[in-house]
Design a protein around this ligand. Structure first.
Ligand code: SF4
Ligand code: FES
Length: 188
């Protein structure tokens, strides 16, 4: 297997073919925030929450470490001031739209544990319109007021479990939740 060497937080490290910056960092015991990504087997990174942003020397914009693969000689900083500021900002924007932790559905969720780790459990920003929970399906319900639209549940259901019983609305009903995950409708 082809391996390449790059710099991660000032240290020379190796990456295997297809290995992402996030995965290499994890092997080297560096924790990068992640919400839409799961390191569990068979989960495909999607790169949509931007909680895992890192700085790459010479690049104008930060990169999502869960999807970006390193190249030879790349210099990556996972905890530079710029990277940490971006990680915190993403969390603060997401926290703004959540029910407060104390009254949330699960104060010990992955979301709130990461919020605590990056030290952003409150937000300066106004909350967006909250969506009501969807309890219309007989077998499952979703707390849309806590959903960050990361799509992880849809990938889990469709690509890992291969059940395909959760969908993402990409069409009407037109509402702020139009792109949220929902149980697929049962057959009439
Ligand atoms: S319900 Fe699905 S899309 Fe919403 S936050 Fe949870 S895993 Fe992500
Ligand atoms: S964890 Fe990388 S973009 Fe969401």
């Amino acid at each position: 297997m082809t391996r390449i060497t790059f710099e991660l937080d000032g240290k020379q490290v190796e990456a295997g073919a297809g290995e992402t910056i996030w995965q290499v960092a994890k092997r080297h015991e560096r924790e990068i925030p992640h919400l839409c990504y799961s390191p569990a087997p068979d989960y495909r990174p999607d790169g949509n929450c931007r909680a895992c942003m890192v700085e790459i020397e010479g690049e104008r914009v930060l990169a999502a470490s869960c999807t970006r693969t390193p190249s030879v000689g790349m210099k990556v900083k996972t905890a530079s001031a710029r990277a940490v500021a971006a990680q915190k900002m993403v969390m603060e924007l997401l926290v703004a739209d959540q029910p407060a932790r104390a009254t949330s559905h699960d104060p010990d969720s992955k979301f709130w544990r990461w919020a605590e780790k990056v030290e952003v459990t409150e937000s300066r920003f106004p909350a967006a319109e909250r969506w009501a929970g969807d309890t219309s399906h007989p077998a499952m319900s979703v707390n849309l007021d806590a959903c960050i639209q990361c799509g992880l549940c849809v990938r889990a259901c469709r690509e890992v479990q291969v059940n395909d019983v959760i969908i993402r609305w990409a069409s009407p009903p037109a509402s702020p939740a139009a792109n949220a995950c929902r149980p697929a409708r049962p057959a009439p």
